[in-house]
Design a protein. Structure first.
Length: 302
């Protein structure tokens, strides 16, 4: 699949060494967004939450990247699955809720039931098939380590695809037993490309009084900010060309203070919105476009 013209135009300007003057379509066109989804957003790994979100059998939660959606569900302590959130019949979501606890997954569109491992279970479906085990939701590679739930959303298959393990060497061991002190979701009514530099260049925004000792990046869409006995996981979730969400999940080691009002990051988001409104095509510098071009690869199959 060939990259859309607005992306190629930026690549040509970078190659020429002059000023980057992006076309408006780079921030508005759906074909650009689709290329970014396939070639950039889903690159491994994505850190989606803390392991305590899946503490009991039947616990589940949903994570989205544009139209691509995954359900993380715990069948047992040793069987935790990352399922593509799309019914086998018509592609309708089998999980609309943000999270909860259940003993099955259910598509309301045509009433198809699935077990927690993604197997189609309703005996009225495919009655001619004596063995329906091959009818199951596709799965993504996933890993839980040091308290982090990580997913590789680059490809899905009936069995979790092979994936290179994430580098967790800089993630502190205490995170496995950390307490989640707060979750906050923010919405920005502008393109994700304006939002990412704000978050990645100022990780101290996630802490009330500033300061950040270190950040650990997981793919292009998530990072972990660390400061003493505190941590904050930031996950960027582009929804449409003109709308982006991000979530901040704050964690603390035993005995550490539970801080995190979100006022600083909320104020930074407000200011960013004003900057986007005032001069959107001049807001990003060459450094961002260099990263963007190098990070964006030809689209891969879902």
């Amino acid at each position: 699949m060939e990259l859309p013209d607005p992306i190629k135009a930026v690549a040509e300007q970078l190659g020429a060494g002059g000023e980057v003057a992006p076309p408006p379509e780079l921030f508005e066109a759906y074909d650009v967004f689709a290329a970014e989804l396939a070639g950039l957003f889903v690159k491994p790994w994505l850190a989606v939450d803390h392991a305590s979100r899946l503490a009991e059998d039947g616990d589940y939660f949903r994570a989205d990247l544009g139209p691509r959606s995954v359900v993380l569900v715990r069948e047992t302590a040793d069987q935790i699955h990352a399922l593509r959130n799309a019914c086998l019949h018509a592609g309708y979501r089998v999980c609309e809720d943000e999270g909860g606890r259940t003993d099955k997954l259910f598509c309301i569109y045509h009433g198809w039931y699935y077990a927690l491992d993604g197997r189609l279970t309703d005996p009225m479906l495919r009655p001619e098939e004596p063995d329906r085990s091959r009818y199951r939701l596709a799965r993504y590679a996933m890993q839980i380590d040091r308290g982090l739930v990580l997913v590789d959303m680059s490809k899905a298959a009936p069995a979790p695809p092979e994936a290179e393990p994430p580098d967790l060497a800089r993630v502190p061991d205490w995170l496995a037993e950390a307490t989640v002190t707060g979750r906050q979701r923010y919405n920005a009514s502008f393109n994700w490309k304006y939002l990412r530099p704000m978050l990645w260049s100022a990780p101290e925004l996630v802490f009330d009084d500033g300061g950040c000792d270190e950040i650990v990046k997981f793919g292009p869409m998530s990072f972990l900010a660390l400061r003493g006995g505190e941590a904050a996981l930031v996950r960027l979730s582009p929804r449409y060309p003109g709308q982006s969400d991000f979530e901040v999940i704050r964690m603390a080691a035993a005995g550490a203070p539970a801080t995190g009002s979100g006022e600083r990051i909320g104020e930074a988001l407000r200011r960013r919105g004003e900057e986007v409104a005032a001069g959107p095509l001049k807001l990003l510098g060459r450094e961002f476009y260099d990263w963007y071009q190098s990070a964006l690869s030809p689209p891969a199959a879902a």
